[in-house]
Design a protein around this ligand. Structure first.
Ligand SMILES: *Cc1c(COP(=O)(O)O)cnc(C)c1O
Length: 435
């Protein structure tokens, strides 16, 4: 008898068959993506490689559970294990960053930031943040984002001469516009931010300070970068970039009296039920970050980023601000007569993935740009050290020095580089993920 006749809702193999057996199209694409990650050098600053343990948590059956609210204050039953998991994630986040308050529910960094807007602002209130073109983030009030449409955004930039934040200018803008919220931290700012100075500016104008450490949270956790947490009223981070965990966001604060405001801004303010497999995986990644090995990783990231920058400088590549204090660096291609789009494409053909990125004073549109952004977190996780990043810097420079082809066939330099990339990757294998 067929299952249709017996009325059994779960067909044969629903609980036992593998993805490869039931959905070869998706399975094939997932396997091909694994190969791509294994055989290429990942230089996209927003990416990393999670642990096998994190993958297990993401793929666990807690994905079936729905809860709303917070541990001990749920709206559905059966939440006992969910509560244990979320409480562990909260406690680990607080311990790791020395924070009095943590919320681990934001589905992403953008949601974390939106919740902070909702907690402290009314539509039309003024926010002072870094311009997207200077290295800010969409969720900091870009005109294309909800935050830019519903709030009055004033931007500070960076100096076109040295690429650095001009703190006197930030103070001047704060006095002029009296923002309710000031945001520091960005997605393409390679230098350490003076959080104490930002707090002094915020205090001078009675503003709330939000520090967004999305790109360097792992360095902060591992003691390789100053922490914004003691200075900012609220700090946000993504868990999947330099922190090396699952996709998602967290919110931290020093003042526990902000708990009610921030918690209710996340739920029910901007989100509904909790993505519990992500919470479990966040707990795993935060647990990993509390171990001594993570300090080694964090310091290796910084050393590798500086080695990559130094190698590129040696090869005549211009680096915005001349170097880096974070996992990322930004290069200026104007001297090479290349656009960011051309350079990123050529590098990708050679097996090195990165992204085109606007640079201070860029005259090219965001779809073209005059710069590239490189991050070293994924490569560092893979096991690349300074020696390997010196090699990678030279591979990048080789590609940039050759003119882009624009055709469909690889240029000879792209071809040679691709083989060198594959060789290097074979020496540092990553898992075959249990998908
Ligand atoms: C990546 C990033 C975010 C969050 O982005 P999502 O894609 O929403 O996770 C937020 N702020 C900054 C500065 C970022 O770089």
């Amino acid at each position: 008898m067929s299952t249709q006749e017996t009325g059994t809702a779960t067909h044969d193999g629903y609980f036992t068959k593998t993805l490869g057996e039931t959905d070869p199209e998706i399975h094939t694409a997932l396997m091909a993506e694994e190969d791509r990650q294994r055989d290429g050098i990942e230089l996209i600053a927003s990416e990393n490689i999670v642990s096998r343990a994190t993958l297990e948590a993401v793929g666990s059956a807690i994905v079936n559970k729905t809860v709303e609210g917070y541990p001990g204050k749920r709206y559905y039953g059966g939440a006992v294990h969910a509560d244990v998991i979320e409480q562990l994630a909260i406690d680990r986040a607080k311990q790791l960053f020395g924070a009095a308050y943590a919320n681990v529910q934001p589905h992403s960094g953008s949601q974390a930031n939106l919740a902070v807007f909702l907690a402290f602002l009314k539509p039309g209130d003024t926010v002072l943040s870094m311009d997207l073109s200077a290295g800010g983030h969409l969720s900091h009030g870009s005109s294309a984002n909800l935050t830019g449409k519903w709030f009055n955004i004033v931007h500070y930039g960076v100096s076109e001469v040295d690429g650095l934040i001009d703190y006197d200018d930030v103070l001047r803008l704060a006095h002029e516009h009296r923002p309710k919220l000031i945001i520091c931290g960005g997605s393409a700012y390679p230098r350490a931010i003076d959080f104490a100075r930002f707090r002094a500016i915020a205090d001078a104008t009675d503003s709330i300070l939000l520090a967004d450490m999305a790109h360097f949270a792992g360095l902060v956790a591992g003691g390789a970068h100053p922490s914004p947490v003691p200075h900012a009223h609220v700090s946000t981070a993504t868990t999947y970039k330099n922190l090396r965990g699952v996709r998602g966001g967290i919110i931290l604060a020093q003042d526990v009296s902000l708990e009610r405001k921030l918690n209710s801004a996340v739920f029910p303010g901007v989100q509904g039920s909790v993505i519990l497999n992500a919470i479990a995986a966040k707990a795993v990644c935060l647990g990993e970050a509390l171990r001594p090995e993570f300090k080694t990783y964090a310091h290796a990231v910084l050393n590798n980023a500086r080695m990559l920058a130094a190698t590129l400088v040696e090869r005549g590549v211009d680096i915005v601000t001349g170097g880096t204090d974070t996992p990322l660096l930004l290069i200026d291609l104007r001297g090479k007569n290349l656009t960011g789009a051309e350079a990123a494409e050529s590098l990708e053909r050679a097996g090195l993935t990165s992204n085109k990125n606007g640079i201070p004073g860029d005259t090219q549109p965001p779809t073209i740009t005059s710069g590239l952004r490189f991050g070293v977190s994924a490569g560092t996780t893979r096991g690349f050290g300074q020696q390997e990043f010196e090699i990678i810097g030279n591979l990048i420079a080789n590609v940039l020095d050759a003119a882009p082809s624009g055709g469909t066939d690889l240029t000879s330099i792209e071809h040679t580089t691709q083989a060198q990339v594959k060789q290097l990757c074979e020496r540092f294998p990553i898992y075959r993920a249990p998908v």
